[in-house]
Design a protein around this ligand. Structure first.
Ligand code: KIV
Length: 273
């Protein structure tokens, strides 16, 4: 059971749609662990936290998100849900847990909702996964879509370059976005696509469109928290704005600790029993 009371949770699927209607931008960040989630919750104003399968890269050091398992996603989601009061908690369905068939997708989504008490799931894809989306929604589980660059399909693309730069892919993306909305998704993430296409999709849909590298014309933004905090300086795509340089702060703290231990200055009299 979660130790945090979420009875009066402010952010619901209905609230997010209302925010779009009122022109209020949606702030979303990824998070994978309890401590970071408590700080994010305390920041007041994050609308959605995403337990992303980017945990594969950020927490486990994998090159892609593909190795992430359902059990691992549930573990991260449980840690985050324990800390979060107001934001909506969305959890990624990992690669291989929903593409096979819609029954498997439903079983995976139900495990996430039952075992972590999260609020919604996110799936990558459009027309190809529509049966899975429909079946999950039929069980009353809110679904967030994800189009554009879909990291679980990296082996198909062979590159992390900007998607939908040609008319054919852009038209498919728009069609998929409309299908997901029609099916009942409550929101959509668009990753790494031209800003003009992001704005077009946001204008055409009633549901909120949240971008990561999709320009300013969408209804909200999401970033990977470790990237925006400057903990991971190897990754510098154009869309990433760094709001801190935590890697430098941490390196300084670690070197000062090493110096103090080696020189015998830590612990001092006040730090012992
Ligand atoms: O897993 C993740 O971090 C994501 C974001 C990039 C939206 O899906």
């Amino acid at each position: 059971m979660s130790s945090v009371t979420r009875k009066n949770r402010v952010i619901t699927t209905r609230k997010l749609i209302e925010m779009k209607r009122n022109g209020e931008k949606i702030a979303m960040l990824t998070v994978y662990d309890y401590t970071m989630a408590t700080i994010m919750d305390e920041a007041h104003g994050i609308d959605i936290v995403l337990v992303g399968d980017s945990a594969a890269n950020i927490m486990a050091g994998h090159e892609t998100t593909l190795p992430m398992t359902l059990d691992q996603m549930i573990y991260h989601a449980q840690s985050v849900v324990r800390a979060i009061k107001n934001p909506m908690v969305v959890v990624d369905l990992p690669f291989g847990s929903y593409q096979g068939n819609s029954k498997e997708a439903l079983v995976s989504a139900i495990r996430i909702m039952k075992e972590s008490a999260a609020d919604a799931v996110k799936l990558e894809g459009g027309e190809e996964i529509l049966d899975s989306v429909r079946r999950i929604l039929s069980a009353g589980i809110p679904v967030m879509g994800h189009l554009g660059l879909m990291p679980q399909s990296i082996n198909k693309y062979g590159t992390f370059a900007v998607r939908a730069t040609d008319d054919r892919e852009a038209e498919k993306l728009l069609r998929d976005a409309e299908l997901l909305e029609k099916e009942g998704c409550f929101a959509l993430v668009l990753e790494k696509i031209p800003a003009s296409l992001g704005a077009d999709v946001a204008k055409k849909l009633q549901i909120p469109v949240i971008g990561i590298g999709a320009g300013a014309g969408v209804d909200g933004q999401v970033l990977v928290s470790h990237d925006m905090l400057g903990m991971n300086t190897d990754f510098s795509p154009r869309f990433l704005r760094r709001y801190a340089n935590l890697k430098d702060n941490m390196l300084e703290a670690f070197s000062n600790y090493i110096k103090d231990v080696k020189s015998g200055q830590f612990p001092n009299k006040n730090e012992e029993y």
